[in-house]
Design a protein around this ligand. Structure first.
Ligand SMILES: Cc1cc2nc3c(=O)[nH]c(=O)nc-3n(C[C@H](O)[C@H](O)[C@H](O)COP(=O)(O)OP(=O)(O)OC[C@H]3O[C@@H](n4cnc5c(N)ncnc54)[C@H](O)[C@@H]3O)c2cc1C
Ligand SMILES: *[C@@H]1O[C@H](CO)[C@@H](O)[C@H](O)[C@H]1NC(C)=O
Ligand SMILES: *[C@@H]1O[C@H](CO)[C@@H](O)[C@H](O)[C@H]1NC(C)=O
Ligand SMILES: *[C@@H]1O[C@H](CO)[C@@H](O)[C@H](O)[C@H]1NC(C)=O
Length: 418
């Protein structure tokens, strides 16, 4: 076992213990402090040619923070969310006990804390599964004007044995004739045709995927990508591709962050709405939301991509729809202005319309990063899992001192433990 010290931006000394190197008998892992940023975990593991398997789109988030939610990005269709890639946790419970837990040891707390919204304890250390780090990434975007072809291709790709390493997608709505540069943070080697592509006011769907490769085997990668692309039904003139290092790809949102910060557009309100929508209702959802409710996508990206439920361990606290395939749909709005189309009020009223539609149409949606404010709403969110969630609260944080800001349990409503 190798011990490596990391000096992070706050000049705190973090200890990452790397175990079971690739090639050895045991699978590789890293022990990361709960407060470490994923970007620093990545920097450290890359020194050993290793990297975690599952990510979020943005890496300047803490290990404990994303594991308390789920941790979802374009790798989740294959690797599962981040909560499916943890072998062990160290947790300080609401009782003040320091507990090491895993699927074999104190498993109830282990699964409870994953997606547990900080309700049962503070994650102080996480043992994260690693794999050999890819060197380079072929990064591809293609456009569709037909939602059915777009989602059929996405679903075929996430179900195939031979496929891409990352699969996401986003929606581009241009009914007002003004459009953000949807290729922000992407420096493609555009074919001339593609750079002149115009939507003429139609809703477009962008499929985004990557293939990892070693520069020495670029030819093989190109062939594999060629075969995969030949099976897809995107608009042929809209193939955008580029290649970047694995680090550049994973840290891509940070490049946008720096640009937005320079314009004073990062530290603005973000009334985000993240929905998990079952496959069986995604078309009805898309018709109403992209066809009627939303007039443009200028206030931020709208992510849309499918994942397979079998990669999500149902013993965790994460709440997902009851269907084999479900979509993550993220409305990542920002609200830079005090009034009008860029305001918080405008974004929130659109969010409310979407939620209202989901409710009335029986979409079977679950919210991710849900901002509920009453226990009644949380009970409805957890459904049949509420009993387990509540039992774990009484067990590990009986005074309800942890993460009261989630507004799931009120301090006063719980009996004092003896
Ligand atoms: C710019 C941005 C991009 C994002 N992109 C994605 C994405 O692609 N995929 C995705 O899945 N999520 C994404 N998220 C959401 C992210 O997973 C959550 O916001 C998560 O809580 C972030 O962790 P944090 O370190 O910022 O936590 P904080 O905001 O510091 O904490 C949020 C809550 O998490 C819990 N918590 C935090 N740390 C711990 C701990 N050590 N132990 C126990 N509980 C803890 C607590 O309940 C706390 O109230 C994004 C968030 C942002 C701001
Ligand atoms: C989902 O994953 C399971 C388990 O790997 C697999 O059997 C099933 O075919 C997958 N479903 C789809 C639609 O790909
Ligand atoms: C958006 O739609 C308008 C027509 O409504 C069109 O002129 C314009 O080119 C479109 N923008 C893009 C980037 O496709
Ligand atoms: C989890 O899934 C397994 C197998 O699919 C099932 O037997 C079990 O009842 C499920 N558990 C919960 C808590 O939903």
């Amino acid at each position: 076992m190798v011990r490596v010290s990391v000096v992070c931006c706050l000049k705190l000394l973090l200890l990452l213990a790397l175990g079971g190197h690739a090639g050895a008998d045991a699978p590789a892992y890293v022990d990361a402090p709960g407060g470490a940023l994923w970007i620093n975990v990545l920097h450290e593991t890359l020194k050993h040619g290793l990297a975690p398997k599952s990510w979020t789109d943005y890496l300047h988030l803490t290990v404990g923070g994303t594991l308390s939610n789920a941790g979802v990005s374009g790798q989740a269709f294959r690797q599962g969310p981040q909560v499916s890639n943890v072998n062990q946790l160290e947790i300080v419970t609401g009782r003040g006990d320091v507990v090491t837990c895993s699927p074999d040891e104190n498993s109830d707390l282990f699964y409870g804390a994953l997606g547990g919204l900080g309700q049962f304890g503070i994650i102080t250390r996480a043992r994260i599964a690693l794999q050999p780090a890819p060197k380079m990434v072929r990064w591809i975007r293609v456009l569709y004007s037909d939602f059915a072809s777009f989602t059929e291709d996405q679903e075929a790709l996430i179900s195939a044995d031979e496929t891409f390493d990352y699969i996401e997608g986003f929606v581009i709505i241009n009914r007002t004739g003004i459009l953000n540069n949807w290729r922000t943070s992407f420096k493609p080697q555009d074919p001339v045709q593609a750079s002149h592509f115009q939507s003429d006011g139609k809703v477009l769907y962008c499929l985004e995927m990557t293939k990892n490769f070693d520069p020495e085997e670029a030819d093989i990668m190109e062939q594999e990508v060629g075969v995969l692309l030949s099976r897809l039904r995107y608009i042929q003139s809209t193939l955008f591709h580029t290649h970047v290092t694995y680090l550049e790809f994973l840290d891509r949102v940070h490049s946008s962050e720096l640009k937005l910060r320079a314009q004073g557009l990062w530290e603005v309100p973000h009334p985000w709405l993240n929905l998990l929508i079952p496959r069986s209702t995604i078309h009805r959802f898309a018709t109403e939301v992209f066809g009627n409710i939303l007039k443009d996508s200028n206030n931020g990206p709208i992510l849309l991509y499918p994942v397979n439920r079998s990669k999500w361990d149902n013993r965790t606290s994460v709440v997902i729809p009851e269907e084999e395939i479900f979509y993550l749909v993220g409305f990542l709005s920002s609200a830079p202005s005090a009034s009008g189309h860029g305001s918080v009020d405008h974004a929130v009223s659109l969010n409310d319309k979407i939620l209202d539609f989901c409710d009335k149409a029986g979409v079977g949606m679950k919210q991710y990063l849900a901002p509920y404010t009453t226990q009644q709403q949380w009970k409805a969110h957890f459904g049949a899992r509420w009993e387990t969630f509540e039992r774990r609260k009484h067990m590990y944080d009986p005074l309800a001192i942890l993460a009261p800001g989630q507004r799931i349990f009120a301090k006063a409503s719980l009996p004092m433990s003896s």
